[in-house]
Design a protein around this ligand. Structure first.
Ligand SMILES: [Zn+2]
Length: 367
């Protein structure tokens, strides 16, 4: 099994400088070969593949010696990424799907990263990385298996992280429980299960969202390119990251409990329409956490030998009576939290009933 470990790193000023130059060099290589391939295509009608670009990169490094100062693997990964963007584009044309032509990378892009592939060692409080040497690192858990790569990244608020990807990690499957569950990803709560268990939002979460909205309003009033704007932007980024971290911690707790407790987990395949009716900020976060929940369940189910079923989002999970199957259109109104089925008299809690329907539909799909 593969698994990745993400740790915060604290580069010293010289290391930080080199990391920034590596981001810049990767961006330069990406854009340089995007131009190269574009011109080649426009003048000769041919395209250059990854190997031709990689060969060319060797001679480019002779011309531009500063490219030699950064990790060579990072530059190659940047070329690979460009090649993937081209392949997706060409595949899109063949299949008649609209996938955009590869775009130039901008210096203003707030998410920066590069990937190293060799000479990576994780120690107690440091990590050894190519060209950087030993970087101070908060190693929050022991890594297992063989290291494949390390991705160094910087968040919009300026923090540095490393994600160490390992293979041959031994993961012991969890014991089977013979139980199945449906999950309704909520607006009011993070999730509600068909067994009636509610997973609530982290403490102070609503407060943080309100604060974020206020900071964003302040940011929008600052004049462009000013020092104050940069300060306000960092504040927004920091709070956004804090909210995401809080939420992801809660999601990890939830998904780990679910794979422990159940053999089969059923969820909807996309964020529900109900979530889309939320106000912008809450919706954005709810949407992001829906994808994160699904991502975590996918890999944890695979790790621990459990099953995940996804139910089409157009399945009217909230409107159906989970006992008799009667469809009650009155429940469309989101303010209806509790209802009694006019057909069989069952008393329903909105989210639990939805989760039960998701479970029934998921089991039907698996059968
Ligand atoms: Zn009923």
């Amino acid at each position: 099994m593969e698994r990745s470990y993400k740790f915060r790193i604290y580069p010293n000023p010289a290391q930080e400088n080199l990391i920034q130059r590596t981001f810049g060099s990767c961006r330069y290589v990406y854009n340089h070969y995007l131009t190269y391939r574009k011109e080649l295509y426009e003048t000769k009608g041919v395209t250059a593949n990854y190997y031709e670009c990689a060969k060319n990169l060797t001679s480019l490094k002779q011309e531009l010696s500063w490219l030699k100062e950064v990790d060579a693997a990072a530059l190659q990964t940047s070329l690979r990424e460009l090649d993937t963007a081209f392949q997706n584009f060409f595949r899109g044309i063949k299949q008649g799907r609209k996938i955009g032509y590869p775009k130039f990378k901008s210096k203003k892009d707030r998410r920066k990263s590069y990937k190293s592939k060799q000479s990576i060692y994780v120690n107690e409080n440091t990590i050894q990385l190519p060209k950087l040497g030993l970087v101070r690192c908060r190693v929050s858990r022991q890594i297992q298996g063989r290291i494949l790569s390390a991705t160094v990244s910087q968040t919009p608020s300026g923090k540095y992280y490393v994600a160490v990807c390992c293979t041959d990690v031994d993961i012991v499957p969890l014991e089977k429980t013979g139980k199945a569950v449906g999950i309704d990803v909520g607006i009011h709560d993070i999730a509600v299960t068909s067994d009636g268990v509610k997973y609530t939002n982290p403490k102070h979460y609503e407060k943080s969202l309100k604060k974020l909205a206020r900071l964003e309003r302040q940011l929008s009033r600052k004049s462009k390119e000013s020092n104050n704007r940069e300060k306000a932007r960092t504040k927004v980024a920091r709070l956004q990251e804090h909210i995401t971290n809080q939420r992801n911690d809660a999601l990890h707790k939830l998904t780990t409990e679910l794979v422990r407790e159940y053999d089969t987990i059923c969820i909807e395949d996309l964020a529900s329409k109900e979530m889309m009716q939320n106000h912008r900020m809450a919706r954005m976060v709810a949407d992001a956490s829906f994808y994160e929940l699904r991502r975590q369940l996918e890999y944890k189910a695979q790790w621990y030998g459990k099953k995940l079923a996804t139910v089409d989002r157009y399945y009217p999970s909230s409107q159906l009576c989970s006992k008799c199957g009667h469809q009650n259109a009155d429940v469309k109104n989101l303010s209806v939290r509790k209802w009694i089925c006019p057909e069989c008299g069952e008393v329903h809690h909105r989210d639990v009933n939805a989760a039960k329907n998701i479970l029934n539909e998921g089991l039907r799909l698996l059968a």
